[in-house]
Design a binder for this molecule. Structure first.
Ligand SMILES: Cc1cc2nc3c(=O)[nH]c(=O)nc-3n(C[C@H](O)[C@H](O)[C@H](O)COP(=O)(O)OP(=O)(O)OC[C@H]3O[C@@H](n4cnc5c(N)ncnc54)[C@H](O)[C@@H]3O)c2cc1C
Length: 433
């Protein structure tokens, strides 16, 4: 989207902004201000895109941490094929590209005065606000699963709360022959295939280093993303090692005891773990809930063309915090939300309608060394609903559709494409290329 120089005067003109666009260029005192809260997949992507696409706009990114460790490829740290330093990024390159990066905690939003208050005491004024603060965990939703319990039974699901290395260390220290028990939440949650990639990467590690160990996956659902592909890969690569238990087979974990390292399911079975990985139910991060952006579900309803909050005008909510089903809560999806939200925010500042959106998701999972699988989807807005474009998606082929040679090549290539996907997305969002 291109257009005349966007000044605060035009931006603040609201619907009169259209007239301002038609008028000759007049330099106002300051540029229009887009402020982004959260520098993860959605927020960093939004900052990069806004900076590149709209040079007239002042772009400020508020992120509490000085570096960002990605969830994608975190499971590979458990599998032993990545180190945490390889999946950690700083904001320096974004700053060099002209994004004003503010490292502080956003503690409140004032939608009337249009400002974000920071823990440090200052307020960052905005003309349009984009929020991508990610998720919080619902402590106590599983009885006994508190922040303190998470030290003994790591979640490894929100790197800013707990680095994946906590779980990695427990796995390394676990004696061979023990059982790794996972509790997996019901939908909606961050990264639908993530738990199953994690099972695969732990199995990859066990196969190499602790071959007598077992994995017990206790699931609050009846099925999961890419299930047939994961299951045939587990049977092929890790026979006898993984047991997955659906909700109807008593897989839903209701209670944990971090001292005894036990997990109790709905119908009263008690499972003892050598290492327990509890992924609890989730909700939009606190700042989004405090700003009145979330509904009773704990997630934030948005307009499908603009990602503008359905509850608070002038604020766009993107990424995991938003309600954007049938799109999954994924990093790649968050980055496509980001582009549309920025374009819609700038359009609104110009008094224009948001452009027609197309949203994409590609989600790769590593299942073993040289073994990748993927799922792809394309989405549009239909009124105020998100809809999947019919026949636009795809999923990796099943084993039975290929010869053994073709299959090995297909899986090897997908693992390679996954690496390319990760590299290009992270380099883009952190301004490295
Ligand atoms: C194990 C695992 C594997 C995954 N693998 C994949 C994958 O292969 N592909 C994929 O596409 N997705 C994957 N995901 C999902 C992906 O990580 C998330 O969907 C994505 O991070 C969501 O982006 P976001 O911007 O909403 O939140 P985040 O990326 O979590 O960013 C939120 C940011 O906001 C900051 N923040 C929060 N509150 C405040 C505040 N008040 N003030 C200042 N800063 C704040 C946080 O510090 C954080 O940096 C995976 C997730 C997991 C757990």
């Amino acid at each position: 989207m291109t257009g005349p120089t966007l000044t605060r005067r035009a931006a603040l003109a609201g619907t009169a902004g259209l007239a301002a666009l038609a008028a000759p260029r007049v330099r106002a005192q300051t540029a229009a201000r887009i402020v982004i809260v959260g520098g993860g997949f959605g927020g960093a992507s939004a900052a990069r895109f806004a900076r590149d696409a709209f040079p007239d706009v002042e772009v400020t990114l508020v992120e509490r941490a000085r570096s960002f460790t990605t969830c994608p490829y975190g499971n590979l740290v458990l599998g032993g094929t990545r180190r945490i330093e390889q999946i950690t990024f700083t904001y320096d390159a974004l700053a060099r590209r002209g994004v004003r990066v503010v490292h502080d905690d956003a503690v409140a939003v004032d939608p009337q005065a249009r400002g974000v208050r920071l823990a440090g005491g200052t307020t960052v004024p905005y003309d349009r606000l984009i929020m991508s603060p990610g998720i919080d965990l619902r402590w106590g939703a599983i009885e006994g699963y508190t922040e303190a319990a998470a030290e003994r039974m790591p979640h490894g699901w929100v790197p800013s709360l707990q680095p994946i290395t906590v779980l990695e260390r427990q796995l390394r220290e676990m004696p061979d022959g023990g059982t790794f028990v996972m509790a997996i939440p019901d939908n909606p949650f961050r990264c639908p295939p993530g738990p199953y990639e994690r099972i695969s990467m732990v199995a990859q590690y066990f196969k190499r280093a602790k071959p007598r160990s077992k994995i017990l996956a206790l699931d609050s659902k009846g099925g999961f993303s890419k299930q047939p592909l994961f299951m045939e890969a587990w049977a092929e690569l890790y026979p006898g090692m993984i047991e997955w238990v659906s909700a109807s087979n008593d897989g839903k974990v209701m209670k944990v005891d971090p001292q005894a390292l036990t997990l109790t399911t709905e119908f009263g079975q008690v499972h003892r773990a050598a290492v327990a990985n509890v992924i609890p139910p989730q909700m939009a991060a606190k700042i989004a809930r405090d700003a009145g952006l979330a509904n009773q579900s704990g997630w934030c309803p948005v307009r499908a063309r603009s990602f503008e909050s359905a509850q608070v005008p002038g604020i766009h909510v993107i990424g995991d915090a938003s309600i954007a089903a049938p799109m999954p809560k994924s990093g790649y999806v968050a980055s496509t939300h980001a582009r549309q939200a920025v374009a819609a925010a700038v359009a609104a500042l110009r008094g224009q309608e948001p452009p027609d959106p197309v949203y994409f998701n590609t989600c790769y999972s590593h299942v073993g060394p040289d073994y990748g699988i993927s799922i792809v989807g394309t989405y549009r807005a239909d009124g105020d609903r998100f809809v999947e474009v019919p026949n636009s998606g795809g999923i990796s082929p099943r084993n039975e559709t290929m010869t053994p040679e073709r299959r090995a090549e297909q899986r090897r290539l997908e693992a390679l494409y996954a690496d390319g996907w990760y590299e290009s997305l992270t380099r883009q969002m952190f301004g490295l290329s």
